[in-house]
Each structure stands twice: as C-alpha cells, then as structure tokens.
Design a protein around this ligand. Structure first.
Ligand SMILES: Cc1ncc(COP(=O)(O)O)c(C=O)c1O
Length: 398
C-alpha cells in the first residue's frame, strides 16, 4: 500500500493558461489594474435564441442523462452541418457528441493511441495536445512547422515510423492564426495514406476566418473520411464555452471507442446544452456573422498596431482570434529596473508585473521567442493593452 501519487501525472504540465489566470486574479485582488489578453473565449454572450432553447429544455424537464453519443436531433443537426458546410456525408454512428471539443480530442486520442504509440504534433500547437497524448498513454512527437507556420511535410514524413498512429492539426489554428491551404492539406492527406496513419483535424475555429482565406475540411477529400477524425464544437462559433459541448466524427470503430471513454467518465454530454446546440446549428446564423465581422475589425487593428512596433514580426492573421508574434528582437536586452530579459517567459512576466498586461509566452505552445495575444476583447481593451505592450517593449536600453 502506498499513498504516493500516479507516476503518469508527474509528466503532465498544469495548463499554462490556468497558471497565468491565477496570477492575474492575484494581482487584481491586490488592487492592480490588469488588462488581460490571454483568454481563449469569445467575449460575446451566447446568442439569445440559443439561451432560450436551453431554458426551454430545463422547463420541459430535459434535464436527465441522454444517450452516450448524444441526442439524435443534435447528431442529425451535426450531420446536416457537415454535409452542407464541409461537403461530407456521415451516418449517425460516425458522430458522437462530447463534453467540449477538448474531451472529444482526448477521447479520440484514447481511441487510437495507447502505450508505445506515437502521435505527431506540428509545433507551435494548442497547449493541450502533447499532454492529452501523454495522458492517453501515447508519446507526442513534436515536429516544427515552417517559419510562416505552414506544415513541414518533409519533417512530418521523416518523423513517421512503425509506431506512428496519427498527426494532429488545427485549422484555423490556435495559437498562430494560420489557415492551412487546400493544397497543403491535400498533400498531408496523401502522406497519411502513404504512411497509413490517422489525421486528427481540430476545426473548432472553422467559422472565424478572415479576408479571402477559406476553411478546407480534410474529411471532404475523397477516400479520407475514415482516416480523418474530425473534431469541432460550440464554444467558439456560438460563444458557448461554459455549455461544454463538442463533437467527434470518424470511422465507426473509432467513434465507438471514443463513446466508451465518455460512458466510463462523464456518462453523457450535458442534456440542456445539447438542446441548446440543436438551436445553435438549426437556428439563424446572424450572430455568428456579426461576431466574425467584429473579429475582422479587431484583427485589422491588432495586425496594424503590432506591425508598427519596430522589432515585432507578426505574420498575416488568417483565422481564429489570436496574434502570434516573434519577439526575439527584444531578448538579451536590458530593461529599466529589471535587468536583462532572456526569454519569452521572462518577457511576459515583465509585461504583466511592470506594465500590467497579461499575454501568453510562446513557450506554452512549444515556440520560444514568441508571444500570443487573444483579440477576444473590446477595441477599447485592445487599444489599452497594445499601448502597454508597446511601452513595455520599447523600454529596453540599446
Ligand atoms: C484549438 C482548440 N481546440 C480545442 C479547444 C477546446 O474547446 P472546448 O471548449 O470545446 O473544449 C480549444 C479551446 O481553447 C482550442 O483552442
């Protein structure tokens, strides 16, 4: 008998976003005026029609367990969405509703990758992918993306071996704002077929896309439906982060395994949220259009402001609501009252503690030398935050 803790847990990181959030809260409690650009959720309320559908579900007593893979009306609405938006036909047992896209990703990873299996993660990447793979029992294999954040297909191919089970990608991407081009995704699909591996495609930012950029879903490529595990959700498009609802689509046996994970952990996704999500997909989409228009304005502003700071390199933000910019110019320099700042984490700590603006270090996304800001905040907040970032960055001695 022993009260020591699980060995597997010792390799897991506390989510860096959670750690920063705790420090911001602490500073605010001390009375500091902190502007926070670290949050990964839309600042808009959940649209009224969706909230009303949730209230109706409560009043009609849809407040119990549901079937393990989600209520049929919601799976039907998802199937219709996938057909009309993504041009791919799924059957009901190829779709499962989950407790957020995060649980959908984790269940999908558990479904395909166990002890000794490897999953390739192009970096920079969403903070949770490597830890989820480890928690599932597999091994994350981190492969750098190109300087413009496109996929390095040669490096991915070189990282494949007999243990490789999948590659996991996100488009539009958190943290870089990259939207992978159709030809790039087609080349990745060919690679997956050649190497006989899955592709987990996280498409949660699908609707938040700017200018002439277009979302292309890998599962729509002929012959790829069974090889692609498509993950999406309601958190970002419908501003429903707290409703905890996402979904996973793919080969029947993969989905059956993912549902097993859910049945043994959370039993079912939340019933009330599922009824609200039916309305989200089947109801009017004006609120989505309005939100994306607002994000577009903020994106233009953020891109222009960052681009005007000497030393900052920020690629075109194509989708999602993040700017991920190169700050290496500012490292190894001395700052008033602080001394030399050597890396992105020290720079973010300096910006928070001295200039009262919370931003995420690129290291959290396995990309040291970068900073991520979220523009899911009002223009007023963004202006104040970027003013502070600019003042902080410019305060170095030559
Ligand atoms: C790339 C990516 N995937 C998945 C998620 C998780 O979404 P959900 O709230 O549906 O669990 C997030 C949330 O920030 C994300 O950025």
């Amino acid at each position: 008998m022993s009260t020591s803790l699980s060995a597997r847990m010792s390799t897991l990181r506390v989510s860096p976003t959670t750690a920063l959030f705790a420090r911001v809260e602490e500073l605010r409690r001390q009375g500091e005026d902190i502007v926070s650009l670290n949050v990964g959720e839309p600042d808009f309320p959940t649209p009224e029609n969706i909230k009303e559908a949730g209230i109706k579900a409560i009043n009609e007593n849809f407040t119990k367990y549901t079937s393990g893979n989600g209520i049929m009306p919601l799976r039907e609405a998802i199937i219709e969405k996938l057909r009309s938006d993504n041009g791919v036909n799924y059957e009901a047992n190829e779709v499962a509703v989950m407790v957020g896209a995060k649980q959908a990703l984790f269940a999908a990873l558990c479904a395909i990758a166990g002890e000794g299996d490897e999953v390739i993660v192009p970096i920079p990447c969403y903070v949770s992918y490597p830890d989820m793979i480890t928690l599932a029992g597999g091994k994350p294999v981190l492969v750098k993306r190109k300087d413009d954040f496109s996929l390095d297909l040669e490096a991915i191919e070189n990282a494949c071996n007999e243990h490789t089970k999948a590659v996991i990608i996100c488009t539009p991407d958190n943290p870089t704002g990259k939207v992978y081009a159709e030809d790039e995704l087609r080349a990745l699909a060919e690679l997956a077929v050649r190497k006989d591996i899955f592709i987990i495609s996280d498409e949660i930012y699908e609707k938040i896309i700017f200018g002439a950029n277009r979302h292309f879903s890998l599962s729509s490529i002929e012959g790829m439906k069974d090889r692609v595990i498509l993950v999406n959700g309601f958190s970002k498009t419908y501003s429903m982060t707290g409703w905890r609802l996402g979904y996973v689509c793919g080969r029947k046996d993969v989905i059956a395994n993912a549902v097993k994970i859910q049945s043994q952990t959370t039993t079912t996704p939340p019933s009330i949220s599922q009824y609200a999500a039916v309305e989200a997909l089947n109801g009017p989409q004006d609120s989505v259009r309005m939100m994306v228009e607002e994000f577009q304005k903020r994106k233009d502003y953020v891109q222009k402001r960052l681009g005007a700071i000497q030393g900052v390199i920020c690629h075109e933000i194509q989708g999602a609501f993040y700017a991920f910019f190169d700050i290496r110019y500012f490292l190894g320099k001395e700052y008033e009252g602080i001394g030399t700042i050597n890396d992105d984490t020290e720079l973010c700590t300096y910006l928070l503690e001295k200039h009262h603006v919370a931003v995420m270090p690129g290291s959290a996304y396995f990309a040291p030398g970068f900073v991520r800001i979220s523009f899911a905040s009002s223009m007023e907040v963004l202006k104040m935050a970027i003013d502070r970032i600019e003042t902080g960055l410019k305060a170095h001695k030559c």
